[in-house]
Design a protein around this ligand. Structure first.
Ligand SMILES: [Zn+2]
Length: 387
């Protein structure tokens, strides 16, 4: 085909020029015809050398859509590649979940293998499924937010982006946790589908914390500029230790099998106060953890607030039998109804219908220097529950 008249037959473009999914007309519109001495030659304009390539053809023919805002957030500077890739697929609804397999025999069970209850879809797995919801809620608690995930993964990502703006360390931790959760839950799902192996979600959470901790230990987190940032970082094992403070080892006694133990504490310093708590099961696995800055000036009120917040969180996590340890005798007395210093505290505590509560009034741990909330996650030295 060397001349222009061969390209245009009977008033229409020659269909022989069809290229893949391109219409003839579209293909020719992309071309320029020029005369080279005695003959006309078609050149492929989209390519600078005039020759057609599959890549340039694809660029011309493909539908270009605007990159979604979440794409750049998923590939943030400190992302873990395999975590980001699975998260990106999940947000695009591109994972091979049961609802994304239309060719599957209708008789095949499409139930979620994590909870054996809901139908498997991206939004169910992340994080409507009770198995994965518990994991993500635990991590959210460590990020300082106690809430239920949005019903849609895209909405949840948007919430995360709005709640952890910028590229500071809190945002880094939040997105590391988000993507690690999606990745690890997807791996767990595949283990169950293909290898019939399964892990309890408490073990998965433990794995996740190790993954995140390993990652952040390799990062140069230099913008520990606020108490909130320091608290969040410490929840994930990135301990910020001012030079005036040293940590001492301490012991922790397991609660009876099937029950949970809360260690709650509060602290007060010149710039404000903080409360914190850790919930562990009878195997010592961390169920949940939190650290919150609060603007109160009364240490006793802070201690009670820490206890109430811990109890609230434990009940949200479905903990039935709870043991509670505090390191302040005054706090224990209020909880046990032996003191009426804070009149509202006993009433607030009675709202919790735990099966059993035990309080410890053991000695305070010695950390040296002024206490700040992040230290309080360490269990109390010489602590032991008493009924
Ligand atoms: Zn499920």
């Amino acid at each position: 085909m060397n001349s222009l008249d061969q390209l245009h037959l009977d008033g229409t473009w020659n269909p022989i020029l069809n290229i893949g999914s391109l219409s003839t007309e579209k293909a020719l519109l992309s071309e320029t015809i020029f005369t080279d001495s005695n003959r006309n030659l078609p050149i492929w304009k989209p390519n600078s050398n005039g020759f057609f390539t599959a890549k340039s053809g694809w660029e011309v023919s493909r539908q270009k859509i605007k990159k979604p805002a979440w794409a750049s957030r998923i590939w943030f500077s400190n992302h873990v590649p395999r975590h980001a890739l699975v998260s990106w697929k999940a947000l695009k609804n591109g994972l091979s979940t049961m609802d994304n397999l239309p060719f599957l025999d209708p008789s095949v069970n499409r139930r979620c293998l994590l909870c054996n209850y809901g139908l498997e879809s991206v939004n169910h797995l992340f994080f409507q499924c009770r198995y994965s919801k518990w994991i993500w809620q635990s991590l959210l608690g460590m990020l300082g937010h106690f809430r239920s995930p949005q019903p849609d993964l895209l909405q949840e990502e948007l919430w995360l982006a709005n709640s952890f703006k910028g590229s500071g360390q809190s945002a880094t931790l939040a997105f590391l946790a988000f993507e690690a959760s999606i990745y690890r839950i997807w791996v767990e799902r595949n283990q169950r589908v293909f290898y019939k192996k399964s892990l309890p979600n408490s073990v998965l959470l433990s794995d996740l914390l190790s993954l995140i901790k390993t990652k952040i230990q390799g990062l140069k987190l230099t913008d520990l500029d606020t108490q909130s940032n320091r608290s969040i970082a410490s929840n994930f094992g990135c301990v910020f230790c001012p030079s005036t403070i040293s940590l001492q080892s301490c012991s922790w006694i397991r609660p009876p099998p099937g029950s949970f133990k809360i260690n709650s504490d509060a602290s007060l310093e010149d710039v404000g106060g903080g409360i914190g708590g850790a919930i562990r099961d009878s195997n010592g696995f961390l169920v949940s953890m939190f650290s919150i800055n609060v603007e109160r000036e009364d240490i006793l009120a802070l201690e009670i607030l820490g206890v109430l917040t811990s109890l609230q969180q434990a009940l949200q996590m479905g903990c039935g039998i709870i043991w509670l340890e505090v390191d302040s005798k005054s706090t224990a007395d209020i909880i046990n109804g032996l003191s009426t210093i804070l009149a509202g505290a006993s009433a607030a505590l009675r709202k919790f219908s735990c099966s059993f509560l035990a309080f410890n009034d053991g000695a305070s741990p010695t950390f040296g220097g002024k206490g700040i909330a992040l230290q309080t996650f360490y269990p109390n030295e010489n602590a032991h529950a008493k009924g």
